[in-house]
Structures are given as structure tokens and as C-alpha cells.
Design a binder for this molecule. Structure first.
Ligand SMILES: Nc1ncnc2c1ncn2[C@@H]1O[C@H](COP(=O)(O)OP(=O)(O)OP(=O)(O)O)[C@@H](O)[C@H]1O
Length: 757
């Protein structure tokens, strides 16, 4: 059969399936409308029931039961509506482009043809019209070459004979292209997908997942999956596809709330927010490292990586580097805990618990309790025993204080309603000592802040404990006076509610270790993008905080913008050392998809091992280096940006730091087309943007302008990572503007790339 005949037949099938999808959507719309009416009816009912008289106890109990029942009905109705809406979303995702792949297989002598799309679609009689891309059999589409192929079923591995693999590009229900192939996904379709212009959001890559990406997406056995992938190799894309895959495979035991993604910044969170919904899934939780740490160190401003980078750019003394490298290592955290355990006679740094302006428990009392507990116990056990004793003492106080005059007077002054409320809230039965019980309940409410302070360990000061251990630490890294100054500066910072990044992780680690807290058992998967920005201490702490989570770590050593000025060791080695007891799989991605071949080749020349990076064969314009030798650098930059903006919707001017971005912005201030992006931006507008490179991490733009790649601004190889990351943000066009003298990092570039004005 000729390909045209096949295309005709395939088109007929697309029409049939498209028609069925439309009809299903019509039906689901009717069900949604009915479900919505039902929810509203139950909610109205619920509203009326909650208005019932609540002053008589009997009535109130009855009302409570009925309200509970109504509440459950509302929840059920809402859930039903959610399921229907979700079904509709999946059908809508299939609309216009119902599938992208087909495989013909022979299994146990039987021939079968399967179509693969973003979700499963069944006929009314149960026949599969489309298989979900995550179904075990769909793995063949991404992995297999024709002939015998294996795939995993719930009953173990199975072998089938793969006869045909066909790819489609279907737009508005019309087959635009169709290929039979032996590869994962042929270049033609990938070419066409990659030459499209960027938009505000990253898109899913479900129809063109490549073999190595597929390995990342479908890995279910590793505790730590470490992906070292060059810029634009699809690391972020693979994360999101992997989340969708894991959600599908563990539907009964896991949902999106059991997954956390550590993302590099807020812009990034918005940028990736459309991928999972386009695959019919809810987004996982997202947090930046700074949000994660700040939330746990309530009331303290934790230095951001960006703030630190900006500071480092100004001044980074060698002693600071030495101390920082120590604090950022996994061993440093081990040292802290060993030191703590090696001082059994040491009394932890406790704090008074203040209530109503007075000390309710003094630190001396708490210290005495702690000291009185057998020193042979581990510190967390002693801490817990101390806490339990304090809670018991609080209970005793409640019991004793109930007869105090002030308590009795307060009870006498209670309104009838409040009095009744205590009785119903605590189910207090009528008896001779009812008033005593009420007095205790009253006190329990009054003393609740004390109880909370105990439960939340506010009587322990982890900052002082940390400084104590630093003072005790035997170190010969830096002279004693330098070390001492460092410890004092932490104390000063704490006074003003600030903490730098490396200390914050150490304090948290120590606090959680001593208090045996801070652990979240519910999270099953942690994803960390841009892992090259993380220290081993941070990774160790994160893995301690989420003990049940498998970790997927994705990074690129060459894009080490934020720490390259001082970090030396290789990320893969470090991670392997840190998690040596876990099952680690390391995957390397060398193929870059984002940029044109010209841009990728240009960028990789900056790297010492650049020849390992494989450019995708998408052709485009050569990058340009524009040198402005006169004093009109900013005018030249402006003209360049405007010129590019005629052709490309988004033109990003990327700088080394925020100050440079602001400076450019002031030169543009007469224009409404330019947007200065800062760390609080949540979405990327179109037009000309100016932002420091660290905010552009993980993002991509149609056209990129590197700001002032001069010898002054990029003097030596310590700037390579920054420049490389800037260049690799560009999809279609890259221009480097230079004020006077070109950076030595570009000295190998041929003269014809350089234009002088
Ligand atoms: N298999 C694929 N099919 C289609 N497009 C792909 C594929 N893999 C990657 N891409 C595209 O390449 C670009 C880069 O992908 P992504 O942002 O996931 O890479 P990355 O490795 O996280 O990049 P970086 O580290 O430079 O931020 C995106 O536009 C993405 O859609």
C-alpha cells in the first residue's frame, strides 16, 4: 500500500476518533451540568441545616450529626464534579490531535494495532481507540526498534514482535505529517516541533520523547536518579513527563501532593505550569530552596542564592571561600552531630517560655530537667523526655490553678453561651465536679500558647546551640581570629533576624536532629532541577527531611552560574559520595535540543569539554558579536534589541547581575516595550526583556542578547559558566553586544562573526 493510501486510511480513522471524542465531550458536559446542580442542591441543604437552633444541647448534638452527614455529601458531590471535569480536560487534550503514534505488534501469534496519545480513550464497547503513552505497552513506541522487543507487564517481562512504528503530526484533526520509522522519533517531526517559536510556557514533549529521556521518565527502581544533562537537553521536560508517568503508575498510592519540585525561581514555576495539565494531571507542589528554608526558620530572613551571588560578585575573600566550602559539605553536618553527641555533660541552649509577660518555665528549670536525665541517652531522647516532663508540669499547673481566685472569677464572668460552649466542646457531663472540669478546660485554652510553645520546641534555641558547636569545633582551615569573627557575625545576624545560606541549612539540620522533628513522611518523590546550585549539605538535609522520598536530581555542571566562583569538585562524584548507601543511577544527556546547531556549537566552544555536547541538526543564523567601539554602547544595544524584536516576539537581554539590568533599563526608560524582570516576577511577558542570568535559569527565549561581553565584564574563565548559560537560553537567535574590547573568552571566534560599529 502506498503511503498516500495509508494516509487516506489513517485520516479516516482520525475523523472517526475525533467524532467520538466530540460526542464524549457533549455527554460529559451534560453530566457535569447535572452534577453541578446536585452539588448546589446539597450545598443549599447544608446551609439550611447549619442554621438550626444550637442552644439546646440535644438539638445541637443532632444538628452536629446532621451537619457532618451533609458535609460529607457536599464533599462527595464536589469530588464527583472534579472527576467529571478531569475527564473533560483529558478529552479536550485529545481534541484536534488525538494521538501521535501507532505500533503494530504480534503477541502470541496475534496481530494488534495500537494508537498512542496523551490519555486512554475507549469505545462504548470497551475497545481501546487510544492507549495512554504511559501504559506499559506504550514503552515500546519510545524504546523499541523493529523486531523482538520487551516490555514490562504487571506479570513480568513480555516479548512481542514489533512490526511497524508510525509517527503522526495531527493538527486540527488533519494529519500534517506521517512517517514509518525504526527510530525513537524521527528527526523530521522533532525538527518541526523545535523550529516553532517559544511561548510563555514550556510544552509537553510526549510525542517526541527520545530514548535516553524515556529512561529517565520511566525509572521506578532508583532511590536517587541523577541526570547530568547539557543545556537544552530536556532535563526539565523529562522531570515533568516523569511526574506524569509516576502519577499514572502509582495512582492508588500517590497523588500530586506527594511530590515536591524544588525549582530555581518563581518565573520558572509559572513557565512549567502548563505541562502537567496538558497531560491531564495536576501540578505537583513547587518550592524554591529559599522558600523551603524560610518556612522552616520562621521569622528569619534566609539569604537567597541570588543575594549571595550579587554579594560574591563584589567581594569574596579566600577565607570566606574556605569556610563556606566546609559548611556546604555533607561532612560538616556529620561533624556537628558528632560534636553534639561527644559532649553529654553539655546542656542545650534553652529559652524561657514566656506567658503574659512573665516566665512560665525558666531556662534554668528546663536545663535542670534536661541535666537530670541520664546522660547516657542519645540527645534527641533526652530532649523528648525533657519536653514530656514540661508538658506534665503544665498539666499539673492546670490542675492546681483551677481553684485560684482569678480562675474562679473568670468562670463566674463567663457568659451563658461561652459556659455552654465549653460544656459542648469538651463533652462535659453533668456531675458534682463539673465546675472543676470546666475550670481545667478553661485553663487549658488559656494556657494553649504554652502548650504550643512546648510542642513546637520554642524552648530550645538552635542558633545559640549552633554557635556553641562552632566555637567547640577543632578547625585549622583559617586562623582562629577569622573563625571567631565568623561565629560572632552569625550571632549578630541572628539578632537582626538574618541568616546566611550555609548557616541556615546547618541550623536546621542540627535543630531537627536534636528535636527529632522536621520530617515529612508523606512525600514520595523529590525533584530538584538545577541541582548544580545545591550544596551537598543542602541535599543531605533535604533527604533527611523527606526520608521516604526517592530523589531525581537534574543538573548541568557547565551552568554553574551561582557557585562556580568557588566550587571545584565534580557534582556527579559528590552526589555519589553523599548517597553512597542508596541505589543511584546516573544518566548523561549530551544531545541539546533547544538551540539551533549554530548557537549550540558557538556556546559549546566556551567549554573545556564542549565537544561532548551534540547539537541537534536544526539550522539557523550564525550568532553575532557586535562591538561598539565608540561611546554609544547603550544606543547600539537598544537598536539591536529593537531590530530583533521586529522579527522575534521575545528578545531577552541577559546581564550578569541585577545592577546591570537596572542600568540598561534606565537607558530604555522612554520605551514601553521593555520590561525589567526581578526576582518577584511570576510570568514572562512578550517584548524586550532585561534580566540577570540567574533569573533566566531554566528558561528559553526566541532571541537572546548577551549584555556587554567585554574584557572588562567577562575577564577570564571564571565567567565561562555565566556566558555559557546566557548563550544557551537562545532558541533561534544569539547576539553578544560588546562595549569596546571583546572578552578573551571569545578570542577563538572567527573575525567574520564580529561586526564593529
Ligand atoms: N524530546 C523532545 N522533543 C521535543 N522538544 C524537546 C525534547 N527534549 C527537549 N525539548 C525542547 O528543548 C528545550 C529545552 O528543554 P528543557 O528546558 O527541558 O532542557 P533543560 O535540559 O532543562 O535545559 P537547561 O538546563 O538549559 O535549562 C525545550 O524547548 C523543550 O521543549
Amino acid at each position: 500500500m502506498s503511503i498516500n493510501q495509508s494516509k487516506q486510511e489513517e485520516q479516516e480513522r482520525v475523523n472517526v476518533v475525533a467524532d467520538k471524542i466530540d460526542k464524549k465531550i457533549e455527554r460529559v458536559d451534560i453530566s457535569i451540568a447535572q452534577a453541578h446542580q446536585e452539588t448546589s442542591r446539597i450545598e443549599r441543604n447544608y446551609g439550611e441545616n447549619t442554621k438550626v437552633n444550637t442552644t439546646e444541647i440535644d438539638d445541637q448534638m443532632e444538628t452536629n450529626a446532621s451537619v457532618q452527614q451533609q458535609k460529607q455529601l457536599v464533599e462527595l458531590a464536589v469530588e464527583n464534579e472534579n472527576i467529571l471535569n478531569n475527564n473533560k480536560l483529558k478529552l479536550e487534550n485529545l481534541q484536534g490531535s488525538p494521538y501521535f503514534g501507532r505500533i503494530d505488534i504480534v503477541e502470541d501469534g496475534e496481530e494488534d494495532t495500537l494508537y498512542i496519545g496523551t490519555s486512554t480513550l475507549q469505545d462504548d464497547d470497551g475497545e481501546f481507540l487510544i492507549y495512554d503513552w504511559r501504559a506499559p505497552i506504550s514503552g515500546i513506541y519510545y524504546n523499541g526498534v523493529l523486531g523482538d522487543v520487551h516490555y514490562q507487564t504487571p506479570n513480568g517481562p513480555t516479548t512481542v514482535d514489533l512490526k511497524k512504528k508510525r509517527q503522526f503530526q495531527i493538527v486540527n484533526n488533519n494529519i500534517r505529517t506521517m512517517f514509518d520509522t525504526n527510530e525513537t522519533v524521527g528527526d523530521e517531526i522533532l525538527q518541526s516541533v523545535l523550529s516553532e517559536y517559544s511561548d510563555e510556557y514550556l510544552r509537553n514533549i510526549v510525542s517526541t520523547i527520545q530514548r535516553e529521556q524515556n529512561t529517565i521518565i520511566r525509572d521506578t527502581h532508583s532511590d536517587v536518579l541523577l541526570v547530568q544533562g547539557v543545556a537544552g537537553s530536556g532535563k526539565t521536560s523529562a522531570i515533568l513527563q516523569r511526574v506524569a508517568y509516576l502519577l499514572y503508575h502509582s495512582r492508588s498510592t500517590m497523588n500530586a501532593d506527594n511530590i515536591v519540585l524544588f525549582s530555581p525561581n518563581k518565573l520558572f514555576s509559572n513557565y512549567i505550569s502548563e505541562v502537567l495539565p496538558s497531560l491531564g494531571e495536576r501540578n505537583m507542589r513547587q518550592v524554591t530552596l529559599n522558600e523551603f528554608l524560610s518556612l522552616r526558620l520562621n521569622g528569619i530572613h534566609v539569604e537567597t542564592l541570588f543575594e549571595r551571588y550579587e554579594k560574591d560578585e563584589r567581594n569574596l575573600p579566600e577565607t570566606t571561600v574556605k569556610i563556606r566550602l566546609l559548611k556546604e559539605s555533607g561532612e560538616f553536618l556529620d561533624q556537628l552531630s558528632e560534636l553534639e553527641e561527644s559532649h553529654p555533660e553539655h546542656i542545650l541552649h534553652f529559652e524561657d517560655i514566656i506567658f503574659d509577660g512573665k516566665s512560665f518555665f525558666t531556662k534554668e528549670e528546663i536545663s535542670e530537667i534536661y541535666d537530670g536525665i541520664n546522660h547516657a541517652y542519645h540527645i534527641p531522647d533526652r530532649f523528648l523526655k525533657t519536653k514530656n516532663i514540661l508538658i506534665k508540669r503544665l498539666q499539673k499547673r492546670i490542675h492546681e490553678d483551677r481553684n485560684q481566685d482569678w480562675v474562679q472569677a473568670e468562670i463566674d464572668n463567663l457568659s451563658d453561651e461561652d459556659f455552654q460552649q465549653i460544656i459542648t466542646d469538651h463533652n462535659i457531663e453533668e456531675s458534682a465536679d463539673q465546675r472543676d472540669i470546666i475550670a481545667e478546660e478553661f485553663l487549658r485554652e488559656r494556657y494553649a500558647p504554652i502548650y504550643n510553645a512546648l510542642v513546637n520546641n520554642y524552648f530550645f534555641n538552635p542558633y545559640k546551640e549552633y554557635s556553641f558547636l562552632l566555637n567547640e569545633m577543632d578547625q585549622d582551615l583559617v586562623p582562629t581570629n577569622v573563625w571567631q569573627t565568623m561565629v560572632e557575625s552569625i550571632d549578630d545576624h541572628i539578632e537582626s533576624h538574618n541568616l546566611n545560606l550555609s548557616d541556615s541549612v546547618a541550623v536546621l539540620y542540627l535543630r531537627d536532629l536534636i528535636t527529632d522533628g522536621g520530617v515529612n513522611h508523606a512525600i514520595q518523590h523529590i525533584f530538584i532541577d538545577e541541582v548544580q546550585d545545591y550544596t551537598m549539605a543542602q541535599l543531605k538535609y533535604i533527604s533527611q527531611a523527606f526520608p521516604n522520598a526517592k530523589m531525581t536530581l537534574l543538573g548541568d555542571r557547565a551552568q554553574d552560574v551561582l557557585t562556580s566562583s568557588y566550587r571545584k569538585k565534580d557534582l556527579v562524584t559528590e552526589v555519589n559520595e553523599l548517597f553512597s548507601k542508596k541505589k543511584i543511577t546516573t544518566i548523561t544527556l549530551n544531545q541539546s535540543y533547544r538551540s539551533t546547531a549554530e548557537i549550540t556549537k558557538f556556546a559549546t566552544k566556551l567549554l573545556p569539554n564542549g565537544d561532548e555536547v551534540k547539537a541537534f541538526s536544526r539550522q539557523g543564523e550564525d550568532p553575532v558579536i557586535k562591538v561598539f567601539s565608540n561611546d554609544d554602547y547603550y544606543q547600539g544595544l537598544k537598536d539591536t534589541a529593537r531590530e530583533l524584536n521586529k522579527k522575534y516576539d521575545t528578545v531577552a537581554i541577559l546581564t550578569r547581575n541585577q545592577a546591570q539590568a537596572e542600568q540598561i533599563y534606565t537607558h530604555f526608560s522612554d520605551e514601553s516595550i521593555i520590561t525589567l524582570i526581578d526576582a518577584d516576577y511570576r510570568s514572562i511577558p512578550k517584548g524586550i526583556l532585561v534580566l540577570p542570568i540567574y533569573l533566566a535559569k531554566g528558561l528559553e527565549f526566541d532571541a537572546v542578547i548577551g549584555h556587554d561581553v567585554s574584557a572588562k565584564n567577562y575577564p577570564d574563565e571564571r565567567s565561562t559558566d555565566v556566558l555559557y548559560t546566557i548563550c544557551t537560553r537562545a532558541m533561534h537567535s544569539l547576539t553578544l553586544c560588546v562595549d569596546k574590547e571583546v572578552s578573551p573568552l571569545l578570542s577563538h571566534e572567527p573575525a567574520d562573526l564580529i561586526s564593529e560599529s
